[in-house]
Design a protein around this ligand. Structure first.
Ligand SMILES: [Zn+2]
Length: 285
């Protein structure tokens, strides 16, 4: 059994100066690809399901598959809820056997973020599940008007981070230090002195969201200053789409999730066509 908690993974990473990648799972192919990479490279792995992706991935169905894959992997794997926001989703993730959850109260006022995070820590720690929370706000992602530019007024405040970690008892803290979700516009500028100060004051493993588009040097400096988990989705989904595009001559704007949705739709139509031919339509009792 190689299913482990996030705390087990990030504590070791934090102490030994490396980071564990958390890859967002939006379909079976990402699960398979990420696990193969982890096993072939003898690397720990975090498989993350974002609450925003639950429309693509029904937890009742996919959670048992992800958990089972993690259990039988030959390397340690944590199964993590990314950017959890609703109480129902946390309960569901815990019931499904996730070993880690992230509560994202980063757009809430400080006191409210503390109170809600504490509630999730209480719930999760009762069943041995790790908790990550965010202070400051990492912009970007679907529907966000920031368009790939970090907002320094939303960067994590080191003193507040110290209080936040002490009061909530979280296992890992997601920080905003110039990182953004999705695609960066212009050259990313990480505020490394701020990160170093946050590490000094909190002492907990830190998490870098928006890991797509940063340079090797950005990662090296971030990891040397307390980053123990890096979230990646855009880079791997774009890599997949770039490969499919060149191999099959698709237009440059072809999008991975739309492509995968089209695969499902096309299979549906092709299977339905056979069902009509075979006369089995309407015969389900
Ligand atoms: Zn994120």
């Amino acid at each position: 059994m190689a299913l482990v908690t996030l705390k087990q993974l990030v504590d070791d990473a934090f102490q030994n100066g490396y980071a564990v990648g958390a890859f967002n799972v939006a379909n079976m192919e990402i699960i398979q690809g990420a696990l193969k990479a982890a096993e072939e490279n003898r690397s720990p792995l975090i498989l993350a399901v974002a609450e925003a992706h639950l429309g693509l991935l029904d937890l009742d169905v996919y959670a048992p598959i992800i958990i089972r894959e993690a259990e039988r992997a030959s390397v340690p794997v944590a199964v993590h809820l990314d950017h959890g926001q609703t109480f129902g989703t946390f309960v569901k993730a815990l019931r499904c056997g996730f070993t880690s959850v992230m509560f994202d109260g980063s757009t809430l006022p400080f006191e409210e973020n503390v109170a809600k995070t504490k509630e999730i820590v209480r719930l999760a720690s009762a069943v041995g599940v790790s908790v990550e929370a965010e202070l400051g706000h990492v912009t970007g992602g679907e529907g966000d008007p920031s368009q790939g530019v970090a907002d320094p007024t939303l960067f994590t405040d080191p003193e507040k981070a110290q209080r936040f970690v002490r009061e909530t008892g979280i296992d890992a803290l997601a920080v905003a230090i110039g990182n953004v979700h999705g695609i960066y516009r212009g050259k990313p500028e990480l505020d490394i002195p701020r990160l170093a100060r946050i590490r000094e004051l909190t002492g907990v493993p830190l998490v870098l969201h928006g890991g797509s588009g940063l340079s090797d040097d950005d990662f090296r400096r971030a990891i040397a200053n307390g980053i123990a988990k890096v979230n990646v989705y855009t880079d791997i989904s774009q890599a997949a789409m770039a490969k499919i595009r060149t191999a099959h001559g698709l237009p440059p704007n072809a999008d991975f999730s739309r492509f995968m949705a089209e695969v499902v739709e096309t299979i549906k139509e092709a299977v339905a066509e056979k069902m009509r031919i075979f006369g089995s339509v309407g015969k389900a009792k």
